[in-house]
Design a protein around this ligand. Structure first.
Ligand SMILES: Cc1cc2nc3c(=O)[nH]c(=O)nc-3n(C[C@H](O)[C@H](O)[C@H](O)COP(=O)(O)OP(=O)(O)OC[C@H]3O[C@@H](n4cnc5c(N)ncnc54)[C@H](O)[C@@H]3O)c2cc1C
Length: 243
């Protein structure tokens, strides 16, 4: 629609202003904010993209990316979802935002996206809040015709941090989508994801046509990427976003 901030404007650092319409606590340390543009326009984005939020801390101004967890087709407020981080002053500021508050951001940005689903089996790997960019990608892929076969491996320290579980369960009942969770202490999460990915997609068969989307925090993401590329999957078929 004319005049709307669009995916095409990604890269142009236009500052936009967001208003907090609603907040939802998934757990004591994990929250979603539902945001509208102060201009009243609708934010256009590609599933998987993020916004870059300007965080004024007094002694410094930070810019931190947060993935858009809702679908572009949803005409209501868009959603970001985040968790507390030890010593993380930027996200602590975000937790202090209340309904009616406004803040600046730029974007949408990012190439870790699915606009049109590839005609191949799709495999998603995520931990905790890193389901945020994958949620709209998954839904975009499921809405394509024909929808590819889709599998998600999702890890968290406990069931409370498996976000959107009811939605994922509902999708798994109706579509060619399956998912499995790994509940592990934080220090074992990437070992668990690695073992599952290896068992499902490396040692089980010789199929190397799958496409992967991996999102999470730290070096474990790179280990997963290297496992899959090293096993013979095409480099460009293994997408990842490391926080
Ligand atoms: C493309 C992109 C998209 C992102 N989307 C999200 C999102 O949707 N939700 C979200 O919660 N975060 C997201 N992040 C991380 C976020 O931008 C911040 O890095 C995070 O909130 C910590 O910022 P801070 O300023 O509070 O702490 P900092 O002092 O900047 O960070 C401290 C440490 O926390 C680590 N870290 C970053 N994110 C997390 C996390 N979620 N959990 C645990 N440790 C973390 C960093 O690697 C860093 O080592 C994203 C990062 C990138 C690069």
């Amino acid at each position: 629609m004319t005049g709307e901030p669009s995916p095409a404007s990604a890269g142009k650092r236009t500052t936009l202003n967001a208003r907090v319409e609603r907040l939802f606590d998934h757990a004591t340390d994990t929250r979603s904010l539902f945001l509208s543009l102060a201009s009243g326009k609708h934010l256009r984005f590609i599933p998987g993209q993020f916004i870059s939020i300007t965080i004024p801390l007094g002694d410094e101004t930070r810019s931190r990316p947060y993935s858009i967890a809702s679908d572009p087709e949803n005409r209501g407020p868009f959603e970001i979802c985040f968790n507390r981080v030890e010593g993380g002053r930027g996200v602590a500021w975000l937790f202090e935002r209340r309904v009616g508050d406004t803040f600046d951001f730029s974007g949408p940005f990012g190439a870790f996206t699915i606009d049109r689903a590839p005609e191949a089996e799709l495999c998603f790997i995520a931990e905790g809040t890193a389901i945020a960019p994958i949620r709209p990608m998954l839904k975009r892929a499921l809405a394509s015709s024909p929808a590819p076969k889709i599998h998600l491996i999702y890890a968290a320290p406990d069931h409370e941090h498996i976000l959107y579980a009811a939605e994922l369960n509902a999708l798994a009942r109706t579509a060619d989508f399956s998912y499995e969770t790994a509940i592990k202490p934080p220090e074992q999460i990437y070992d668990a994801l690695f073992a599952l990915a290896q068992a499902r997609w490396v040692t089980r068969d010789a199929n190397r046509t799958r496409h992967f989307y991996i999102c999470g925090v730290g070096k474990g993401v790179i280990r997963l990427r290297d496992l899959l590329r090293g096993a013979g999957y095409e480099r460009r078929s293994v997408h990842y976003e490391q926080w």
